[in-house]
Write a protein that binds this ligand. Structure first.
Ligand SMILES: Nc1ncnc2c1ncn2[C@@H]1O[C@H](COP(=O)(O)OP(=O)(O)OP(=O)(O)O)[C@@H](O)[C@H]1O
Ligand SMILES: [Mg+2]
Length: 453
């Protein structure tokens, strides 16, 4: 990752020197300017990631610089330093686009945390020098799991509690919420980490093959079984088997699984003998396994065996705080992969991501990040997001507005929308609206006479 460069602007050389020393010690690159004109010159000709400026300066003051940056370099975050006893100047600066302020005098620690907070908000966690190497203090990264929300922290906490146990664990969550990532984190952080991690997608293997794939078979067990072959369970010996999409396992497989869990042994298809296995089982599902067990589609006893420990991966819409961090993580990853500079993200683009409902969860965000990085030129704006993202969110805004409209107005707008969608064909529109043509005609006449009257 490239070094973060910070432009420091203050009319006091002493202050500039103090800032420079403290920030250099924190592994930042710095530029210094003692007046606004020089600062603008540097902004135009260098690559600045963060601006820290004093507000009260002779000549053009810091407020003007804040406004200039907001207008011309909207992607550069700004931190202002205020010397006033009151915070009114700082408030004004924040209104004009500064992200945060520091009031004089401040300690090195306060400077560090203000800088880090500002950088993290704009560029994500990885922009902060030395952060990735730090261990223990903050658990924003845990075996690839990223997030600072309470939900993600709780998830990481639970993983740490189960990682060294052997108990069967069920990971439940919507598609794209990181179920496999959680399973891998449990394995690679826990005491089975030196054994194999074997992932089996129970939904992707044809039902009639799954049983023999999982447990293996002996020669002659069925036509075509011309040699004895071990299954996934045997290959996971001493490690973890990850049974993804467990809801798709057939009744026969379910019965055998129950046996493995209870007796810690597997029986190959066609074998008379069982073999002991030492394997930790982690299962995952994005369907409601409890409901499936209630309706008889999944063995209830197996369900209870599997979810001795249940881990739920929360959908992204329940942990929106993680969006900036995740976005920057994916952008960094793809920037490195495609050999591009780390991009910046405009404020309205970030806002749109915050509003989206994320049906595809983190995988959807990953795809959007990749696409935006490829399409953009170092600066990501709204237009680099797929149309559906911009549209859904517009229509959601509309809905919010319409919640405040009279019912009649909502109906009228909806009718117009349907008519537009079918090119004005009234028969089609009436069918979609579930009313007869005559009713539609009457309503349209009413709207027309209201408009004319
Ligand atoms: N907290 C997270 N931090 C970083 N990356 C994540 C996080 N959660 C998920 N991902 C990434 O999102 C993608 C989807 O995650 P994963 O495949 O684990 O989801 P899943 O729940 O198994 O989805 P599906 O039900 O569709 O199989 C992966 O690329 C994964 O690395
Ligand atoms: Mg998965």
């Amino acid at each position: 990752m490239k070094q973060i460069s910070i432009l420091l602007v203050d009319d006091s050389y002493d202050m500039l020197e103090v800032l420079r020393r403290q920030l250099t010690a924190l592994q930042y690159a710095t530029f210094q300017a003692s007046e606004v004109g020089d600062a603008i010159d540097i902004l135009q000709n260098s690559d600045v990631d963060l601006l820290i400026t004093d507000i009260r300066m002779p000549g053009r003051d810091g407020m003007q610089l804040v406004k200039y940056v907001k207008a011309n370099f909207p992607d550069i975050p700004v931190l202002v330093i205020t010397g006033f006893p009151s915070v009114s100047g700082a408030v004004e600066a924040v209104k004009s686009g500064a992200m945060d302020y520091l009031s004089k005098p401040f300690t090195a620690k306060e400077l560090k945390s203000a800088v880090e907070k500002t950088l993290r908000q704009r560029y994500g966690h990885s922009a902060i020098p030395g952060k990735k190497q730090e261990t223990g203090s903050e658990t924003q990264y845990f075996h690839g799991i990223i997030g600072q929300s309470a939900e993600t922290q709780a998830l990481i906490d639970l993983i740490q509690r189960v990682k060294d146990t052997k108990v069967t664990t069920l990971v439940e969550g919507e598609s794209g919420t990181g179920k496999e990532l959680v399973a891998r984190a449990i394995h690679y952080s826990g005491r089975y980490q030196h054994g194999p991690f074997v992932a089996v997608n129970c939904g992707a293997i044809p039902e009639n093959l799954l049983e023999s794939e999982l447990f293996g078979f002996v020669k002659g067990a069925f036509t075509g079984a011309d040699a004895t072959r071990p299954g996934f369970f045997q290959s996971a010996e001493g490690g973890t088997i990850f049974l993804d999409e467990i809801g798709n396992a057939s009744p026969a497989v379910q019965t055998r699984l129950l046996r493995v869990i209870q007796e810690k042994e597997v029986k190959m298809i066609g074998a008379n003998q069982t073999q002991k296995v030492d394997v930790r089982i982690i299962a995952a599902t994005n369907s409601d396994l409890h409901a499936l067990s209630k309706s008889g589609k999944f063995r209830e006893d197996l369900y209870y065996r599997l979810h001795v420990i249940a881990i739920r991966t929360p959908p992204l819409r329940e942990r929106r705080e993680d969006i900036p961090l995740l976005l920057h993580h994916f952008l960094d990853k793809f920037a490195e992969e495609f050999d591009r500079p780390r991009p910046t993200v405009s404020e309205d683009a970030m806002q749109l991501l915050q509003q989206h409902s994320w049906p595809g969860n983190i995988r959807e965000l990953e795809n959007i990040a990749q696409r935006a990085l490829i399409l953009s030129d170092g600066h990501i704006h709204l237009k680099h997001f797929p149309a559906y993202l911009r549209q859904t969110d517009l229509s959601q805004e509309e809905t919010a507005e319409e919640g405040l409209l009279p019912l009649e107005e909502v109906e009228r707008r909806h009718i117009q929308k349907v008519l537009d969608a079918v090119g004005g064909n009234k028969s089609k529109a009436a069918r979609i609206l579930g009313i007869n043509r005559k009713t539609l005609r009457m309503k349209l006449q009413k709207y027309q006479s209201e408009e004319e009257g």
